[in-house]
Design a protein. Structure first.
Length: 70
């Protein structure tokens, strides 16, 4: 399990959604811009609740935003 990793497509999805800002996404997901930055850089793994909120902000399934790789 130590090599497991959660990847995300947040930056790409923001760009594809009319270049949504980090601040805009943070507001829609109920978190801070710093959290979005850390997620995009792969330095933070979100709670399941936050992951769903981010997916909902983009209007896509969870798996389209986050991928689990082991």
């Amino acid at each position: 399990m130590a090599n497991a990793r959660i990847n995300n497509r947040i930056r790409r999805l923001r760009f594809d959604h009319d270049e949504m800002t980090q601040e805009e996404l943070a507001s829609r997901a109920g978190c801070t811009r710093q959290t979005i930055i850390a997620l995009e850089q792969g330095k933070y793994v979100p709670s399941i609740e936050l992951a769903f909120k981010i997916a909902r902000a983009f209007g896509v399934p969870l798996e389209e935003v986050f991928q689990y790789e082991d």
